[in-house]
Design a protein around this ligand. Structure first.
Ligand SMILES: Nc1nc2c(ncn2[C@@H]2O[C@H](COP(=O)(O)OP(=O)(O)OP(=O)(O)O)[C@@H](O)[C@H]2O)c(=O)[nH]1
Ligand SMILES: [Mg+2]
Length: 199
């Protein structure tokens, strides 16, 4: 039986860790080549980091199911969006035919949370029925601030999951949770979107 393929989009504000996430899972899950479109940062955000994604990240790898997973090993075609608002037109393009998506947010910076709230809202409009999770990095007190953070992001506490995108186990766990959601939706009768050359 051939390996099922699912398209996953990783979005989130500037510097949230999208490219880091794509790098971690590519290296850790035996993926092929990670394609990135990093370029130097030329504006006020340069204090945070020196480069930014201007078009997309792309990688592909197989996620092994976890102990409780109801799905078979699944190839994930992963697309990372740019984070800067001026590249927001890319979000809709990259979201086409996706099966699910992750919103990454850096909980230690209020500006990242505010920008993530806008992205959560934009993607809810672009893909109202897609399974999604909000992966939260640099989250000092998940138990104490979950409800408050969910409120700020305009989502439910159950959608939030802590994740350091540098960590393979945490990043894989987040992907498995998302694939659980994709599998559940498909079992409810949602059509499986074919993953073609554009996906
Ligand atoms: N200490 C710490 N560092 C983190 C964590 N998550 C991400 N980082 C770091 O934050 C930076 C994130 O950079 P990128 O992965 O380029 O972020 P991005 O979301 O792709 O950024 P843009 O493409 O510019 O929007 C990297 O240097 C990561 O190592 C975390 O949980 N803890
Ligand atoms: Mg990036």
């Amino acid at each position: 039986m051939s390996t099922p393929v699912r398209k996953v989009v990783v979005t989130g504000p500037f510097g949230a860790g999208k490219t880091t996430f794509a790098t971690t899972v590519t290296q850790g899950l035996g993926g092929g080549t990670l394609t990135t479109t990093e370029t130097g940062v030329s504006d006020e955000t340069a204090a945070l980091k020196s480069s930014t994604t201007v078009a997309l990240d792309h990688t592909s790898f197989v996620v092994p199911p976890g102990p409780g997973s109801a799905w078979a090993p699944t190839r994930v075609n992963l697309f990372g969006t740019p984070g800067q608002e001026r590249f927001a037109f890319m979000w809709e393009l990259l979201a086409q035919n996706m099966h699910g998506y992750l919103v990454l947010v850096d909980a230690s910076r209020s500006v990242s949370i505010a920008q993530a709230a806008d992205i959560v809202s934009a993607f809810a409009r672009i893909a109202p029925h897609s399974p999604r999770l909000v992966a939260v990095s640099r989250w000092a007190d998940p138990a104490g601030t979950c409800t408050q953070l969910a409120h700020l992001l305009g989502t439910t506490p159950s959608a939030l999951v802590p994740c350091d995108p540098r960590d393979l186990a945490q990043s894989t766990a987040v992907l498995r949770l998302l694939l659980d959601g994709v599998h559940t939706l498909e079992n409810l009768g949602a059509p499986v979107v074919p993953v073609g050359a554009d996906a």
